[in-house]
Design a protein around this ligand. Structure first.
Ligand SMILES: [Zn+2]
Length: 415
């Protein structure tokens, strides 16, 4: 399977660092960023590369040659003029006859490529896009997906309204069928043109959501941060093959102000300090995962669609404060029947409703969580019991609906 790397970027924004070299040749820990990418792919058995170069492309060819010094095969295509992130693919379509990877030559990443490829194959996707939350969704292009991961919409910036914090990280797997959405000889962009158009034509686009490290180094600030993250081992540590610690957080009364049977986005308001607490978890390398009982679904006071809107508002408010949740798990069930409007299919004794640990255990499987280094914070005994049943390191109760209660608890546990 080929790995196609777009390496035509000029890197104007970080020219102060790089001087006259192509962006993909900018050194990170003493090696060009492109060399890190080639090493990553090779680690997962992908050794066949096609580099799409442009500006000063000969410097890339001079360095890597045919790839034999790295034990890989490298071919090149040099753009005559810049064709955006996508345009050059039309020029090399005859070389792309089976599924292939797309890397951007200015991203630092460490991703379990086998896991992502499995996802792509299971879904028979035409394209799989790596998606993740970030700490500035308000000025990012956002992607909307359905429960099975199928992309349902794109929200390019600027956007208004409440959306899930899910950003295209610029790592893809394409089937050759995607190439027909790229016009020849025209400058075009995957995020702005190719994907929205492909989606409108009914193409199977899927979002692969992961908490692994992918960052571009667009500005000198970001560049310094990325280099520090490589040096500290953070980039490698976040690969999903490594277990990670998490904070499980109850929702109502802990993250947002609890109101009785919260069932509309207007009722969703963050508690003071909640975003700061979650941002601290993000920076400290913990997964931040909400686990919440939502019997409003079983009571039929709120549809799954409404609940998604409520969560979109919560994610939008957190994002405005540079904080993000890695995942939200909810239990829609309630064991006791007897309400006239209820939905009987949710009136069951499930294994996810806290104090049962089902949501935490599911999250542990899906995110490869090290429970022995993880915490649960809630405002009811059922939260504490769920954490204990899931065998987290510590499961604690804070005072409900109290400003800065979550922040103080997080600060104490992170000391
Ligand atoms: Zn349940």
């Amino acid at each position: 399977m080929k790995v196609v790397i777009t390496a035509g970027g000029k890197g104007t924004r970080i020219r102060s660092i790089a001087g006259e070299i192509p962006k993909a040749m900018i050194p990170v820990n003493g090696k060009p960023i492109l060399e890190h990418q080639i090493a990553l792919a090779k680690r997962y058995g992908f050794t066949d590369f096609l580099l799409l170069t442009g500006y000063l492309g000969n410097k890339i060819e001079d360095y890597f040659g045919n790839g034999s010094s790295w034990g890989v095969t490298i071919e090149y295509y040099q753009e005559k003029e810049p064709l955006g992130t996508a345009g050059a693919f039309a020029e090399v379509s005859d070389r792309l006859t089976s599924d292939f990877w797309v890397f951007y030559g200015d991203t630092v990443m460490d991703v379990d490529m086998v896991r992502m490829l499995d996802f792509h194959r299971v879904h028979h996707a035409d394209a799989t896009l790596f998606l993740h939350p970030n700490d500035h969704p308000f000025d990012s292009d956002l992607v909307e997906i359905a429960g099975d991961g199928r992309v349902s919409d794109f929200h390019p910036k600027p956007h208004e309204g409440y959306f899930r914090n899910l950003v295209n990280a610029a790592l893809y797997i394409f089937s050759p069928s995607m190439l027909r959405h790229i016009p020849a000889g025209t400058k075009c962009d995957f995020g702005k043109e190719v994907f929205p158009q492909a989606l409108a034509l009914g193409t199977n686009l899927y979002g692969y959501v992961s908490a692994e490290y992918i960052k571009d180094m667009g500005t000198p600030d970001r560049y310094e941060k990325v280099c520090a993250d490589v040096a500290s081992g953070k980039v490698a540590r976040l690969n999903s093959r490594n277990k990670r610690p998490a904070f499980f957080l109850d929702r109502d009364g802990v993250i947002n102000r609890e109101v009785d049977l919260l069932s509309s986005p207007e009722q969703m308001a963050l508690l003071p300090g909640a975003a700061e607490a979650i941002s601290r978890l993000n920076c400290a390398g913990y997964l931040a995962i909400a686990v919440t009982n939502q019997p409003v679904i079983a009571r039929n006071l709120c549809s799954l669609h409404d609940l998604q809107h409520i969560h979109n508002k919560m994610e939008t408010l957190l994002g405005e404060a540079h904080a993000y949740l890695d995942a939200i798990y909810f239990c829609p069930h309630h064991p006791d029947g007897g309400y006239p409007e209820e939905r009987p299919e949710y009136k069951i004794a499930c294994s996810c409703r806290k104090p049962k640990p089902g949501m935490l255990l599911q999250a542990a499987r899906e995110w490869n969580i090290d429970m022995s280094a993880s915490y649960m914070i809630g405002d009811r005994p059922a939260d504490v019991q769920a954490g204990e049943a899931a065998q987290v390191k510590k499961s604690i109760m804070i005072t409900s609906n109290t400003a800065n209660a979550l922040l103080e608890a997080v600060n104490t546990l992170l000391q």
